[in-house]
Design a protein around this ligand. Sequence first.
Ligand SMILES: [Zn+2]
Length: 370
Amino acid sequence: MRWSVKIARVAGTEVRIHITFLLFLAWIGFSYYYVGGAAAAIPGVLFVLALFGCVLLHEFGHALAARAFGIPTPDITLLPIGGVARLQRMPDKPWQELIVAIAGPLVNVVIAVVLMLFLGQPAIIENLEQVEHPSVGMLTKLASVNVMLVLFNLIPAFPMDGGRVLRSLLAMVLPYGRATQIAAWIGQALAFVFGFIGLFGNPLLIFIALFIFLGAQQEAAMAQMKDLSLNLPVSEAMVTHLVRLPPEATLEDAVEALLRTSQHEFPVVDADDRILGVLTRDRLIAALKQRGSTVAVADVMQRDLPVVAADDPFDKAFQLMQESAFPALPVVDRFGRLRGLITPENIGELMMVNSLLPKGGRPSWRGSPS
Ligand SMILES: [Zn+2]
């Protein structure tokens, strides 16, 4: 994630803090200081830090559960709205997803229970204003926000953990895509309810509603892709009519190709058609600004990309694209010669074509000529 700084590395997972989180902390500190001086600012900031410590442990709950199924978590980032654990992929089996999803909130249950045992009383705060109240002790506050974290995360809507719990339960009896669709509908219906209540009461609910609505859409699209990819070889999904660039071509040549074709990603190949790298539109534009148009594409292109074979399952290609976060995946034969390219545009079109086909029909679609 951009604009984030690494603060630690725990068990193979980088812990990062987004710059907006630091601004948020500073803002909390200043606003408390403004009201009550250092005596208010220090506990205020400490409380926020403790709260985000709990959020971090929550994310590690997901990460550790995922690791039990052989899925690494390269990083966890703390944002003012919460934490994000970036799992390399989602588990395939519904019961595994259930465990990964539930492991996060479970951590907060444990924290809350331990704090309440220590305090010797149940600590449920009725409303958020009380969290601000100075007479309420730090540990009591912390116990009750952990309870709130559990309740919030278990709202059965994507991108909350509750949405994944719901989907995994549905996926035990339904196909994955269908289960996601239903879970996404339920989530979006909830988003409307929240948004509606928010209009008359708490504006924070409108924000949550929007968050849920967009999360549900994204999740539904991902699931559709996953369903589609199950029975498809890479060769059925790749673009084959491609403009290639030689390594010595200049950025000016690349711009000319960009304007002339509908391509956004250009494979760079040697004289034997072996793949050397890929030049994306974003890289091209950034390099044009900084270095001018006479630079060779070989100096600008992305090297060391993962590649797939034409008869690999599409699943593998999709997973590689997610892991590398690079928009184009070259398809090569066993000599490293370019056979095609997989791009988000052609995946999108493939999904569209597939949704129009009768059930059970197998899409056969090749990239459009430029
Ligand atoms: Zn979570």
